[in-house]
Design a protein around this ligand. Structure first.
Ligand code: FAD
Length: 594
């Protein structure tokens, strides 16, 4: 991989991105679109008619659907061909996950199974383990991933579960409780993390019928009620030594690398739920009449439709840009050999920052979308008779699992700084250059004459936004150095700025790559999003600067900072109206050709 040319993870902050280097949804191949359509058809024809039974966890329903999904190849995208899978690219896999995102609770069963339950074996399993477990997982024998414990959630490495080698050296005896395990009730295999001799954090593959394994009663939850969540209880569970996964004491690598994958996949999955919520809301707004008009004719409802579309578009742009980065780095790495697995993991780890951004941004986007969609339904949105009630409840989990929003916000700037200190990313040099630029108070030329929405206009504003993020980060690091790791509020503000910049740039590069005219709905979506995002950047940056700069320096620093974030108001109300008109006339978020 080292000989290959690829963009460094986090590198988007160091220099302006190039449109021809990014992957966008417009680049899906006909095969990828076919996979998306197969998944969407499966959800509509097979899952939706059984939603009530799934929600009630009626015996056999979810298991049968998983077998049907397996027959269509929807469980094997990430499993190498030699182990019964299809070894598809990550864009195809993400498209399956996105379209499954319309399947409510079933999407959680599917995502946990194909992601966190299967991938540890794909990437860390021995040949014998892969042969034993992957064909079954590809075939619909459900799996689970067991990291969380009652006393250790975000602080996963504080786990108390133990593994002790039996006297005859044939088994590990596992003891402990794994909390909130998705698919617990249905799983045949569990990837379990426990500490060998209470010290060395290690992964094991545990089979359901192992002596000493039991499942606690189902958790009663706010949403995703059709997904099984229960504790896995281990009481002297006799796990054969050959089921140790990876190396003793290296379980943290498995746990965290697999979560990176889970994160961009979660980003893709919530796109499916958000597009569905918007579709329901738009259709309802057309049908529902008040004051002798359709709701869709009212400016405030149109604003909601346009705003939801914009945010979905931005999330979609950054999620698939991230997926494309990973596919690019993994080009040619398709097999199941140990070397391929190591390369694949290193590739995915490279983009851990982007994966965290995709997770936080998209999970917060979907909560906004389901909330506004429910609002369009009025009182009926609150009623179980209508679909928004469930979508609203189901969406909430996404900010909690696969690393909470808070933990991922800490990780984003934390990883950037760590890579920079390790010399992997020349962030400090870029910050130093910017410092010299900022010392010159004449910096920030007058705004160019280009019109709002033209590519040159975006490029100029984005360059300012990038420098604004770097300036805030540089000042914060200058004040606190390594101790910034203890300044959580500052880190979270910086994370918000970094995410917003990635969101803006990903959306713009998508439009530039597609050469979309200002009249195209995608251009309208970004144009609507842009000024408010610049204002958010400005506001977060001002807070950072206020907290880290001495009163004597404040005015000078703010003057430069404000120039970086400068934007002139324009008629966003008309932009939104045009965008809303497009979505209302299509009655759906534009899904390309499937
Ligand atoms: C429905 C469901 C399904 C799940 N599925 C699985 C699964 O399949 N496998 C699995 O292993 N786990 C699973 N989980 C567990 C999930 O990943 C954890 O709930 C999550 O990681 C948070 O851990 P916690 O609940 O213990 O919260 P805590 O870690 O106690 O956190 C509570 C709050 O404090 C915040 N917080 C924690 N630490 C910090 C910090 N250092 N700084 C600032 N804020 C902090 C958190 O962000 C959160 O807001 C599932 C959970 C649910 C609810």
């Amino acid at each position: 991989m080292s000989e290959k040319k690829y963009l460094k993870g986090g590198g988007f902050l160091l220099a302006a991105g190039k449109a021809d280097k990014i992957f966008t949804p417009e680049n899906f191949t006909s095969e990828q679109r076919m996979i998306a359509k197969t998944t969407a058809d499966f959800v509509r024809q097979e899952v939706w008619p059984k939603i009530d039974k799934i929600e009630a966890q009626e015996e056999g329903v979810t298991q049968n659907l998983m077998s049907q999904a397996a027959e269509l190849g929807l469980l094997m995208a990430d499993i190498p061909q030699e182990y019964g899978g299809m070894g598809l690219d990550k864009a195809s896999s993400a498209l399956i996950t996105e379209n499954m995102g319309m399947a409510g609770s079933f999407s959680v069963t599917h995502a946990a199974h194909t992601g966190i339950a299967t991938l540890p074996i794909v990437f860390y399993g021995t040949t014998a383990q892969k042969k034993r477990y992957l064909p079954g997982l590809a075939d619909g024998q459900i799996g689970a991933y067991c990291l969380t414990e009652p006393g250790s959630g975000s602080d996963a490495l504080a786990a108390k579960a133990t593994a002790v080698l039996s006297e005859d050296g044939k088994y590990y005896l596992l003891n402990g409780t794994k909390q909130f395990i998705t698919n617990a009730k249905w799983s045949k295999t569990f990837v379990v993390f426990a500490k060998v001799d209470g010290k060395a954090f290690t992964a094991f593959i545990v089979e359901r019928d192992t002596v000493g394994v039991s499942i606690a009663p189902e958790e009663l939850k706010l949403g995703i009620k059709g997904s099984s969540t229960a504790a896995l209880v281990l009481e002297d569970a006799r796990v054969p030594v050959e089921n140790l996964l990876g190396e003793i004491g290296k379980g943290h690598l498995i746990a965290f690398n697999i979560l990176n994958i889970g994160r961009y996949k979660l980003g893709a999955g919530v796109l499916g739920s958000a597009k569905l919520a918007l579709e329901y809301a738009v259709k309802y707004s057309i049908e529902r009449k008040q004051f002798k008009k359709s709701l869709s004719e009212f400016g405030l409802i149109r604003k909601k439709i346009a705003e939801m579309t914009s945010r979905i578009f931005v999330a979609e742009s950054l999620v698939y840009r991230t997926v494309g980065l990973i596919d690019n780095i993994l080009e040619g790495v398709k097999g199941g050999s140990e070397e391929d697995s190591q390369q694949a993991l290193a590739g995915i780890e490279e983009y851990a920052i982007e994966c965290s951004i995709a997770k936080v941004y998209a999970s917060e986007m979907v909560d906004y979308v389901v909330d506004e969609s429910l609002q369009i339904f009025g009182g009926y949105g609150y009623s179980q008779e209508y679909p928004l009630e469930r979508l609203y409840r189901d969406a909430r989990i996404n900010r909690l699992f696969e690393g909470t929003s808070e933990i991922n916000r800490l990780l984003i700037p934390g990883m950037l700084l760590r890579r920079s200190l390790q010399g992997d990313l020349p962030l400090m040099r870029v910050l130093e250059n910017l410092k010299n630029e900022v010392a010159d108070t004449t910096v920030g030329n007058e705004p160019s004459e280009t019109g709002v929405g033209e590519f040159a206009w975006y490029r100029e504003k984005l360059e300012g936004a990038r420098k604004a993020v770097l300036m805030a980060a540089g000042l914060a690091v200058e004040k606190y150095h390594k101790d910034i790791a203890e300044r959580q509020e500052l880190l979270a503000l910086l994370a918000d700025m970094i995410m917003e910049y990635y969101a803006l740039e990903s959306s713009f590069l998508r439009i530039e790559k597609g050469s979309f005219a200002t009249s195209d709905w995608r251009s309208q979506a970004l144009l609507n999003y842009f000024p408010a995002a610049m204002e958010r950047l400005r506001s977060w940056g001002r807070e950072v600067i206020g907290a880290v700069v001495t009163p004597g320096q404040l005015a000078v620093k703010l003057e430069v900072f404000e120039k970086f974030c400068r934007s002139t108001p324009f008629d966003t109300i008309s932009v939104r109206d045009l965008l809303a008109e497009k979505i209302i006339s299509d009655e759906v978020y534009p899904r390309g050709s499937f």
